[in-house]
Design a protein around this ligand. Structure first.
Ligand SMILES: [Zn+2]
Length: 199
């Protein structure tokens, strides 16, 4: 027996999300149909609005409603430090900590030879352009996750940036290997930033 076409389409859509296989997609699709009509409408509207209203900041790559983003626009922030993260959501974690007042750069991924992700596939060239254009930057803090890929990306960035006379540092290993900075609590993050070391 086949799924009715609208359910099949919904399952296909859910399967496009990361980490969702056929079984989970079917469960979500049937659940969606059972939901209250208003909730489904709001869900659909939220999807469309997020896609329509959010863009990547042309300077740092952060997800933003306005370009440049509020952080890049804020001249009261410390313009001498750029903290490099894997994803936009990592900025939210860092900002919650309230102890970092510099700028950011979002890579949208990490280097991964296994998955075929090279330097041209992530947001590295715009970071280099940024550093060339702005001699105020004195330090780049690489806050990629402590995974093998995160470490390799940090080393790659260090080799590219250090020759320009800019200090490159890495968060202290207060975070366990493979830990997502998204999950780190604020105190751990604070200690990791405070104890950063030059690479
Ligand atoms: Zn920005």
């Amino acid at each position: 027996m086949q799924y009715p076409e609208p359910i099949a389409q919904l399952i296909d859509s859910y399967m496009k999300l990361p980490g969702i296989g056929a079984k989970t997609a079917a469960r979500l699709a049937f659940y969606t149909v059972s939901m209250d009509g208003d909730d489904v409408t709001n869900f659909a509207k939220a999807l469309i609005a997020a896609k329509r209203d959010l863009h990547y900041c042309s300077i740092c790559g952060n997800l933003t409603e306005e370009d440049p983003c509020l952080i890049c626009k804020d001249k009261s922030r410390d313009q001498s430090t750029i903290l490099v993260v894997e994803e936009s959501k990592d900025i939210i974690s860092m900002e919650k900590m309230k102890e970092y007042h510099g700028l950011y750069h979002v890579l949208h991924g990490v280097l991964s030879p296994i998955e075929g992700t090279g330097p041209e596939d992530i947001n590295i060239s715009s970071l280099l352009t940024r550093l060339q254009k702005n001699d105020e930057v004195k330090e780049v803090i690489v806050a990629t996750n402590a995974s093998t890929e995160g470490e390799a990306t940090a080393m790659y960035l260090s080799r590219l940036i250090k020759p320009a006379g800019i200090k490159v540092t890495r968060l202290a290993h207060g975070l366990s290997v493979g830990a997502d900075i998204d999950y780190a609590d604020e105190m751990t993050l604070y200690k990791a930033v405070e104890g950063r070391t030059e690479i």
